[in-house]
Design a protein. Structure first.
Length: 244
């Protein structure tokens, strides 16, 4: 029975380690492949964005007018405004946070209970070798000391082109941009997604990342360096399962 359990545990460990192993074995000695360019709307994790919209404005026609309804300029606007248009996102993230918390708590309690006179029963208690004046004494003491410090500094400055994947009813644009850069055996990935107002797009068809609502910015990578920085699968499983 014990041998069967050990065999089951070993099989589970091997199955966990084998997840994704064929792809990694196939790429030994080779550079990691870049992802194919695909339609963002066909990706497994894609979900259309639904936001609260203002009431629709009735369309009015102006005969003999050179001004087109909904136009932002007299001449044709060259900035991104339709699904499939491209714009440049200026990613600039400079975050710095310093937090310091300290807690110190101490409590001491002492309780005493005695019965010198107890319905005439104090004599038998005294004969038994007990002092009725000191029948019960309780002492308790507790202490708590905690200290936490967070010091974080992050900086990311780059540009990435994004594609308009959706135009909301109020005219706001849903963007998604991906960029992959391969250096030797490491691929750096940058993903930017969010919602922007057409009015915030600069005349050169660029927009700052600070003006993106519901921004999702991810910067990471894959390759040999990333593999070395990650704990092994067995260690990650033990970190989740072990309670101590």
């Amino acid at each position: 029975m014990r041998t069967a359990r050990l065999s089951l545990v070993a099989a589970a460990a091997l199955a966990t380690a084998a997840c994704g192993a064929p792809d990694r074995l196939r790429n030994i000695g080779q550079q990691p492949a870049l992802s194919a360019i695909n339609n963002p709307q066909t990706q497994p994790g894609y979900r259309p964005v639904s936001m609260p919209m203002p009431e629709p404005v009735p369309v009015s026609h102006n005969p003999n007018s050179l001004w087109r309804n909904g136009s932002r300029a007299f001449f044709r606007d060259q900035r991104a405004q339709r699904v499939g248009d491209i714009m440049t996102i200026k990613v600039k993230i400079t975050d710095q946070a310093t937090l310091s918390n300290e807690t110190n708590r101490t409590r001491t309690n002492t309780e005493g209970f005695g019965a010198p006179n107890m319905f005439g029963l104090e004599n038998p208690i005294r004969n038994a070798g007990a002092n009725p004046a000191n029948l019960l004494t309780l002492n308790s003491q507790s202490g708590s000391d905690g200290k936490g410090t967070i010091n974080r500094s992050e900086q990311l400055v780059t540009n990435v082109a994004a594609v308009v994947t959706q135009v909301l009813p109020n005219g706001n644009l849903v963007l998604e941009g991906r960029q992959e850069i391969r250096v030797n055996f490491e691929v750096r990935e940058l993903i930017v997604a969010g919602i922007v107002r057409p009015e915030d797009i600069e005349s050169d068809n660029t927009i700052d990342s600070a003006k993106i609502a519901h921004a999702r910015i991810g910067y990471g990578g894959r390759g040999q360096i990333t593999d070395v920085q990650q704990p092994r699968y067995g260690q990650q499983a033990l970190d989740v399962l072990l309670p101590w």
